[in-house]
Design a protein around this ligand. Sequence first.
Ligand SMILES: *Cc1c(COP(=O)(O)O)cnc(C)c1O
Length: 360
Amino acid sequence: MIPIAKPLLGKEEIDAVTKVLSSGMIAQGPKVEEFELAFSGYTGCEYSVAVNSGTAALHIALLAHGIGKGDEVITSPFTFIATANSILYTGAKPVFVDIESDTYNIDPDRIQEKITSKTKAIMPVHLYGQSADMKAIMEIAEDRKLVVIEDACQSHGAEYLGKKVGSFGTGGFSFYPTKNMTTSEGGMITTSDREIAEKAKMIRAHGSKIRYLHEMLGFNLRMTDIAAAIGLVQLEKLDGFTAARQKNAAMLSAGLKGISGIVPVITKPGRTHVFHQYTIRAEKRDELADFLKEKGIGTGVHYPVPIHKQPYYKELGYRDSLPVSEKAAEEVLSLPVHPALSEDDVQKIIREVKEFCAKA
Ligand SMILES: *Cc1c(COP(=O)(O)O)cnc(C)c1O
């Protein structure tokens, strides 16, 4: 079976973890700080704050900007649930704006009409590894005095006009095992605002800068040195992983060109795509997924239900009609693109998709 995702962990990660375990310092310690510095160097942000998940990174980023009850945050409905849930945790209200049909990212042309006096932030998601339209989004944010929090959980290293995602506003990254790099569970907040970084560090550790002195309500959302040690090794390997993803994606795109019944992946000019997912549209999506499964190829649907249609959000009263997201949810299919694929694997994926489309 060719899996849809596979973390690549080797001797270097095992050695790094063993060292931490032998040191006896296994909670947040020097490795976390080292990882934060390295991650800042990578993204070009001045500060990074390591936490125990991508969800925690987004939650803390919102809190650090003072977002809470009575506030509205504009975001995409076509994303993993954590994006919107992180907004709900703060007491604020997620306001959904429909997506672009080609990149699956929030459509900047539809943001203005959803801005109210309560809007405090825009949270674009760089879905599948491709940056949202950051020029347009930053212009709206500056004009309307809104905070920008980037959900960069799927886009480590992706660039928009030569600038890395997570460095436009305040960034939130995930290091879950299926992501482009992993720490097992883990996340990172990125910012060049010193005050936001300091606040984020406090929120991560029960609202304290000085031990046992608590200035605000915080949580325990710390990363361990064990996770950070894995992250340091993975960060070294990230550019290699990305190059392998991009090479696999280029082969898939060349092989699947011009086949009827599917819509290929589109990378907009000025953006580098880091291919967290290689997501096509297929008219007969579910049949294609079943067919590929039978042939030993794992696929994924990211995501089958847009957030405004999730049972819990319907219970909260969401009744939006967001047709571009709703149609995408019916048609998208992610094919394996991860760096553990062999060239034969990629050729097999192309062959089987072609075979299905020829018959269909
Ligand atoms: C993975 C992911 C998250 C959450 O990250 P976790 O580390 O799983 O908490 C948030 N947003 C998006 C778009 C993601 O893909």
